[in-house]
Ligand binder design. Structure first.
Ligand code: SF4
Length: 342
């Protein structure tokens, strides 16, 4: 039997693979249920499958999940896994438990080509795109390690999701497959640094996947310096794409702003942001900067952050502040790196 991954084939393909190996067609449904409904990742524990067929399955799928290079748990309950891929690249994924939710933050690339100056992933450069299967593996490893199914998925880990659209959308199809994890599309959020083609493609896809844009600063000079992708997708074009998205989908977009001390947290920065928001259906999510080794940036002071929020709120913009989770294990926003020294 050819060696393939369980996550690279859906139920239909699995039926074919198992039939080719001489197994009855209902085996595929049983295996699929064990993996995606019962989260059992060892064929030996799939007790309704004959011993002979378990042996064939082990031959076909020698490893269901990749080795976990590191598993870290913060005092706030946040967990981070570092996975070693078949080519020895390391990627990170994070599970963030809350009172009544479990959010998985997933990576879409090894490293990131965007190079936001305040992000640890951006510092490490870009190696390659992940496959849809490698994205799914992060989910299944986190389920196994936390013993909890996700209620929400956010593509905010390593990488720019819209630079890997095929794998991203394939993974979303797998996550929302009614025969699999059956997550609702509205429970999924894609965060982009502003890749316009991705925003426009998302608006035409079925479902209600949420869009977040990491804006950070709303003047081209300032954004060119913080988010270099702005030179390719300047603010006027980005705003046009968001407006098209809002108009066509009637969905609200989240604008994310990591507030950096004396860089983008002043009164004028808030006014520029207000100007950008005009005419859009948006909500601003302020993200506290999470320090990491070697960075020169500092988080905004509590006073500046409060004033920034006040200006936006006074103008009628909905503003939230994202809780920072997993700082103790370098698992918070902007801290993932996929390095040995996590
Ligand atoms: S913030 Fe996101 S887009 Fe920017 S470098 Fe980091 S991972 Fe890439």
């Amino acid at each position: 039997m050819t060696v393939i991954s369980l996550f690279s084939c859906g139920l239909t393909e699995l039926k074919k693979v198992l039939a080719d190996a001489g197994m009855p067609s209902f085996r595929a449904g049983q295996v699929h249920d064990w993996i995606f409904k019962k989260f059992v990742f060892s064929f030996d524990e799939m007790t309704n499958i004959s011993v002979a067929d378990r042996a064939k399955l082990k031959e076909a799928f020698p490893k269901i999940l990749p080795p976990v290079h590191k598993f870290l748990k913060d005092s706030d309950g946040t967990c981070k896994v570092v996975l070693k891929l078949s080519d020895n690249n390391l990627i990170e994924a994070v599970a963030i438990p809350d009172e009544d939710s479990m959010t998985f933050c997933l990576s879409t690339q090894v490293g990131c080509p965007v190079g936001c100056v305040f992000c640890r992933t951006g510092e490490s450069g870009f190696t390659r795109n992940l496959t849809a299967e490698e994205i799914m593996l992060q989910v299944m490893v986190l389920v196994k390690r936390t013993d909890t199914k996700p209620t929400n998925i956010v593509f905010m880990g390593m990488g720019e999701p819209f630079y890997n659209r095929r794998a991203l959308f394939d993974a979303i199809d797998m996550l929302t497959d009614p025969q699999g994890l059956a997550l609702a599309t509205r429970r999924i959020t894609i965060s982009t640094a502003g890749v316009i083609e991705g925003i426009l493609e998302l608006k035409d896809r079925p479902g209600e996947v949420n869009l977040a844009v990491s804006l950070h600063v709303a003047d081209d000079g300032g954004r060119n310096a913080l988010v270099p992708i702005n030179k390719r997708y300047p603010l006027t074009r980005l705003k046009d794409a968001i407006l098209t998205y809002c108009t066509q989908t009637s969905r609200r977009v989240t604008l994310e702003v990591v507030l950096l001390h004396n860089i983008n947290d002043q009164h004028n920065d808030a006014l520029n942001l207000l100007n950008f928001c005009e005419g859009l259906i948006v909500h601003v999510n302020i993200v506290r900067f999470n320090h990491f080794p070697g960075t020169k940036y500092q988080p905004s002071s509590a006073t500046d952050e409060k004033e920034f929020r006040r200006v936006l709120k006074k103008a009628g913009i909905a503003v939230t502040v994202r809780k920072s989770r997993g700082q103790g294990i370098l698992a918070a926003c902007g801290q993932l790196a996929g390095k040995e020294n996590v």
